[in-house]
Design a protein around this ligand. Structure first.
Ligand code: ZN
Length: 198
Protein backbone atom coordinates (compact mmCIF):
# COMPACT_ATOMS: atom_id res chain seq x y z
CA UNK A 1 0.00 0.00 0.00
CA UNK A 2 2.68 2.41 1.12
CA UNK A 3 4.91 1.40 -1.77
CA UNK A 4 2.08 2.06 -4.16
CA UNK A 5 1.51 5.44 -2.65
CA UNK A 6 5.19 6.38 -2.94
CA UNK A 7 5.33 5.16 -6.53
CA UNK A 8 2.32 7.28 -7.35
CA UNK A 9 3.87 10.36 -5.76
CA UNK A 10 7.11 9.86 -7.65
CA UNK A 11 5.34 9.52 -10.94
CA UNK A 12 3.29 12.61 -10.20
CA UNK A 13 6.49 14.58 -9.57
CA UNK A 14 7.91 13.30 -12.84
CA UNK A 15 4.84 14.38 -14.73
CA UNK A 16 4.99 17.78 -13.15
CA UNK A 17 8.64 18.23 -14.12
CA UNK A 18 7.82 17.09 -17.63
CA UNK A 19 5.08 19.66 -17.84
CA UNK A 20 7.41 22.55 -17.41
CA UNK A 21 10.73 21.45 -18.77
CA UNK A 22 10.27 18.35 -20.84
CA UNK A 23 8.54 18.45 -24.13
CA UNK A 24 9.01 20.50 -27.24
CA UNK A 25 6.26 21.57 -29.57
CA UNK A 26 5.15 25.02 -28.69
CA UNK A 27 8.01 27.49 -28.66
CA UNK A 28 8.97 28.30 -25.14
CA UNK A 29 8.34 24.92 -23.49
CA UNK A 30 5.46 24.63 -21.10
CA UNK A 31 4.15 22.79 -24.10
CA UNK A 32 2.04 20.64 -21.89
CA UNK A 33 -0.14 23.60 -21.44
CA UNK A 34 -1.49 22.23 -24.71
CA UNK A 35 -2.87 19.19 -22.94
CA UNK A 36 -4.24 21.24 -20.11
CA UNK A 37 -7.70 22.61 -20.63
CA UNK A 38 -8.16 21.16 -24.09
CA UNK A 39 -10.34 22.88 -26.62
CA UNK A 40 -13.39 20.89 -25.67
CA UNK A 41 -13.18 22.28 -22.17
CA UNK A 42 -12.50 25.81 -23.19
CA UNK A 43 -14.92 28.43 -22.13
CA UNK A 44 -15.66 30.78 -24.98
CA UNK A 45 -14.54 34.06 -23.51
CA UNK A 46 -12.89 35.60 -20.49
CA UNK A 47 -13.29 39.27 -19.71
CA UNK A 48 -11.50 41.79 -17.51
CA UNK A 49 -12.57 45.31 -16.59
CA UNK A 50 -9.53 47.39 -15.68
CA UNK A 51 -9.86 50.28 -13.24
CA UNK A 52 -7.30 52.69 -11.83
CA UNK A 53 -6.70 52.77 -8.10
CA UNK A 54 -7.89 56.26 -7.24
CA UNK A 55 -11.59 56.98 -7.63
CA UNK A 56 -10.78 59.88 -9.94
CA UNK A 57 -8.35 57.83 -12.01
CA UNK A 58 -9.10 58.32 -15.69
CA UNK A 59 -7.81 54.86 -16.53
CA UNK A 60 -10.35 52.26 -17.49
CA UNK A 61 -10.41 49.46 -19.97
CA UNK A 62 -11.91 46.22 -21.14
CA UNK A 63 -9.90 43.22 -22.27
CA UNK A 64 -11.37 40.00 -23.62
CA UNK A 65 -9.73 36.58 -23.99
CA UNK A 66 -11.08 34.10 -26.48
CA UNK A 67 -9.90 30.59 -27.33
CA UNK A 68 -9.70 30.43 -31.09
CA UNK A 69 -9.58 27.70 -33.69
CA UNK A 70 -5.78 27.91 -33.89
CA UNK A 71 -5.73 26.87 -30.24
CA UNK A 72 -4.28 30.15 -29.13
CA UNK A 73 -5.98 32.77 -27.02
CA UNK A 74 -7.07 35.88 -28.90
CA UNK A 75 -6.64 38.91 -26.65
CA UNK A 76 -8.41 42.10 -27.59
CA UNK A 77 -8.70 45.27 -25.57
CA UNK A 78 -9.11 49.01 -25.23
CA UNK A 79 -7.64 50.96 -22.34
CA UNK A 80 -8.29 54.70 -21.96
CA UNK A 81 -6.72 57.37 -19.79
CA UNK A 82 -3.10 56.29 -20.17
CA UNK A 83 -0.10 58.50 -20.84
CA UNK A 84 0.78 58.27 -24.53
CA UNK A 85 3.41 55.58 -25.18
CA UNK A 86 4.04 51.99 -24.18
CA UNK A 87 2.75 50.29 -21.03
CA UNK A 88 3.36 46.75 -19.81
CA UNK A 89 0.47 44.30 -19.58
CA UNK A 90 0.65 41.12 -17.55
CA UNK A 91 -1.40 38.52 -15.70
CA UNK A 92 -0.64 38.04 -12.00
CA UNK A 93 -0.78 34.69 -10.25
CA UNK A 94 -3.67 35.57 -7.92
CA UNK A 95 -7.06 37.20 -8.07
CA UNK A 96 -6.70 38.86 -4.67
CA UNK A 97 -7.00 42.65 -5.04
CA UNK A 98 -7.77 43.47 -1.42
CA UNK A 99 -4.62 45.59 -1.50
CA UNK A 100 -4.84 46.51 -5.14
CA UNK A 101 -2.47 44.79 -7.54
CA UNK A 102 0.09 44.56 -4.73
CA UNK A 103 -1.81 41.60 -3.25
CA UNK A 104 -2.32 39.86 -6.57
CA UNK A 105 1.01 38.05 -6.53
CA UNK A 106 3.90 37.96 -8.93
CA UNK A 107 3.65 37.58 -12.70
CA UNK A 108 1.84 34.31 -13.39
CA UNK A 109 4.72 31.87 -13.77
CA UNK A 110 3.73 28.21 -13.40
CA UNK A 111 6.84 27.06 -15.29
CA UNK A 112 9.42 28.91 -13.23
CA UNK A 113 10.82 31.00 -16.08
CA UNK A 114 12.35 34.45 -16.23
CA UNK A 115 10.37 37.47 -17.32
CA UNK A 116 10.27 37.99 -21.07
CA UNK A 117 8.27 39.14 -24.04
CA UNK A 118 5.27 37.24 -25.42
CA UNK A 119 7.32 35.78 -28.28
CA UNK A 120 10.22 34.66 -26.10
CA UNK A 121 10.92 31.07 -25.08
CA UNK A 122 11.88 32.32 -21.64
CA UNK A 123 8.85 34.17 -20.32
CA UNK A 124 6.25 34.04 -17.64
CA UNK A 125 2.94 32.69 -18.89
CA UNK A 126 1.45 36.00 -17.74
CA UNK A 127 3.80 38.17 -19.82
CA UNK A 128 1.81 39.95 -22.52
CA UNK A 129 4.39 42.55 -23.53
CA UNK A 130 3.36 46.15 -24.11
CA UNK A 131 0.32 48.00 -25.32
CA UNK A 132 0.76 51.45 -26.85
CA UNK A 133 -1.44 54.42 -26.06
CA UNK A 134 -1.92 57.03 -28.75
CA UNK A 135 -1.80 60.82 -28.24
CA UNK A 136 -5.29 60.67 -26.76
CA UNK A 137 -4.15 58.12 -24.17
CA UNK A 138 -6.07 55.27 -25.76
CA UNK A 139 -4.47 51.88 -26.31
CA UNK A 140 -6.35 49.57 -28.65
CA UNK A 141 -4.76 46.18 -29.16
CA UNK A 142 -5.14 42.66 -30.45
CA UNK A 143 -2.78 39.74 -30.00
CA UNK A 144 -2.73 35.97 -30.18
CA UNK A 145 -1.02 34.21 -27.33
CA UNK A 146 0.13 30.60 -27.33
CA UNK A 147 0.55 30.07 -23.57
CA UNK A 148 -2.55 31.57 -22.00
CA UNK A 149 -5.28 29.09 -21.05
CA UNK A 150 -8.93 29.71 -20.21
CA UNK A 151 -9.58 26.34 -18.54
CA UNK A 152 -7.69 23.60 -16.76
CA UNK A 153 -4.96 23.77 -14.14
CA UNK A 154 -3.25 26.76 -15.71
CA UNK A 155 -6.28 28.87 -16.49
CA UNK A 156 -5.94 32.63 -16.17
CA UNK A 157 -9.61 32.95 -15.18
CA UNK A 158 -9.74 34.30 -11.63
CA UNK A 159 -6.27 35.87 -11.84
CA UNK A 160 -5.51 39.59 -12.10
CA UNK A 161 -4.62 41.56 -15.23
CA UNK A 162 -2.46 44.66 -14.67
CA UNK A 163 -1.42 47.55 -16.91
CA UNK A 164 1.73 49.33 -15.79
CA UNK A 165 3.07 52.86 -15.61
CA UNK A 166 6.14 52.26 -17.76
CA UNK A 167 7.20 50.32 -20.80
CA UNK A 168 8.08 46.69 -20.14
CA UNK A 169 11.68 46.00 -21.25
CA UNK A 170 10.70 42.36 -21.89
CA UNK A 171 13.51 41.05 -19.74
CA UNK A 172 16.23 42.65 -21.89
CA UNK A 173 17.31 45.19 -19.27
CA UNK A 174 20.24 43.17 -17.94
CA UNK A 175 19.39 43.66 -14.28
CA UNK A 176 17.52 41.64 -11.69
CA UNK A 177 14.36 43.70 -11.89
CA UNK A 178 14.24 43.23 -15.66
CA UNK A 179 14.38 39.45 -15.22
CA UNK A 180 11.56 39.66 -12.67
CA UNK A 181 9.18 42.34 -13.93
CA UNK A 182 10.68 44.07 -16.97
CA UNK A 183 11.19 47.35 -15.05
CA UNK A 184 7.63 48.28 -15.96
CA UNK A 185 7.03 50.27 -12.79
CA UNK A 186 3.92 50.24 -10.69
CA UNK A 187 0.52 48.98 -11.71
CA UNK A 188 -1.76 51.77 -12.88
CA UNK A 189 -4.97 49.81 -13.31
CA UNK A 190 -6.05 46.22 -12.84
CA UNK A 191 -8.98 43.84 -12.72
CA UNK A 192 -9.78 40.17 -12.19
CA UNK A 193 -10.35 38.09 -15.30
CA UNK A 194 -13.80 36.52 -15.18
CA UNK A 195 -15.86 34.16 -17.31
CA UNK A 196 -17.81 36.17 -19.87
CA UNK A 197 -19.89 33.44 -21.49
CA UNK A 198 -19.87 29.79 -22.36
ZN1 ZN B 1 6.77 38.58 -16.22
Amino acid sequence: MLTQHVAKSVSRVRVRIGWCFGRGGVKGACSVLIGDGGAENMIATGICLLKGEESESPIQGTVTFEWDETEEVFVQGTIEGLKPGKHGLYVCSLGNVTNGYMSSGIHYNPCNKKHGGPEDADRHVGDLGNVEANDDGVAKFEMHDRLLRLAGNYSIIGRTLVVTENEDDLGKGENDESAATGNAGKGLAWGIIGIANK
